[in-house]
Design a binder for this molecule. Structure first.
Ligand code: SF4
Ligand code: SF4
Length: 263
């Protein structure tokens, strides 16, 4: 588990470094035929945004291209295998939120969370964001979300409007206080994974015979999953960060399963 945790950290550092490099390079070199591709071309969610325009007119929306389809299909295949693992292994915004939460914990001595009933209601906001973005993108035939997307603002220095600055500041402050605030409540790509990930192969199971119900896993879970109350961890919520398994004091009380068999 330690090895897997280290690989996950390495993967997060690499993806943040690569995306930062792409963002900075685009700022320096500029776009156009001889420039460097914009960050939008490296976003799987861009595949959803541009799909309607492509199937209607045969043209991609500005700043998107076939790479968005390739990325979208790749992450969807991945989500059928490992659910929302993309969020905690490969998403640069997910990594930044995780590091901010750790920083906040050091600073404030704790993380904050909403009462469970409010948390469960707020989780549906992701689907509202997803539907709103798809609707507005189809209506406007352009990437409407790019002006407000914290990913774009953070890695593309897209501080052009007051709204963008306000959204960015809110996301940063809330990420310091609440684990994965954006992932849990607002991320449209997270909503897609949560639908696709219901059928995924790799899951986490709690062995009720070995578990001593100490509650550490529930306390550690950044997605507020009540691990101690379930046998099979809900695949549509779990981002496979492995925090629960790596902090569980009882060996084999939590195990990774592949297709229902323990691995
Ligand atoms: S941390 Fe392990 S032993 Fe404690 S409640 Fe969770 S699964 Fe059970
Ligand atoms: S259940 Fe475990 S692996 Fe899933 S999000 Fe929570 S801590 Fe991470």
């Amino acid at each position: 588990m330690k090895k897997l945790t280290n690989i996950r950290l390495l993967s997060q550092v690499l993806i943040v470094a690569i995306i930062s490099y792409i963002g900075v390079r685009h700022q320096i070199v500029g776009g156009g035929p001889n420039g460097s591709a914009p960050l939008d071309s490296y976003c799987p969610f861009g595949g959803i945004e541009t799909a309607f325009a492509y199937f209607q007119t045969g043209q991609f929306l500005d700043k998107t291209n076939v790479s968005n389809f390739v990325l979208l299909i790749s992450v969807l295949i991945m989500s059928f295998i490992a659910g929302s693992a993309f969020c905690s292994w490969l998403c640069p915004l997910g990594a930044i939120q995780e590091w901010l939460a750790k920083l906040g914990k050091r600073f404030f001595g704790r993380t904050y969370s909403f009462p469970m009933s409010i948390h469960k209601s707020l989780r549906h906001l992701r689907f509202v964001t997803l539907l709103a973005i798809v609707y507005l993108t189809v209506q406007g035939s352009r990437l409407v979300f790019e002006e407000y997307d914290p990913f774009k603002i953070l890695f593309h220095f897209n501080f052009e409007t007051t709204t963008a600055i306000v959204i960015f500041c809110i996301t940063i402050v809330l990420s310091l206080l609440i684990d994965r605030f954006w992932c849990k409540y607002l991320c449209p790509l997270g909503a897609v994974f949560s639908l696709a990930g219901r059928f995924n192969l790799i899951n986490i199971r709690r062995n009720t015979d070995l578990c001593v119900e100490c509650g550490t896993c529930t306390k550690k879970c950044p997605m507020n999953i009540e691990v101690t109350k379930v046998t099979n961890i809900p695949a549509d919520e779990c981002v496979k960060c492995l925090e629960c398994i790596s902090t569980c004091p009882k060996s084999d009380a939590l195990v990774l399963t592949v297709g229902g068999s323990r691995k």
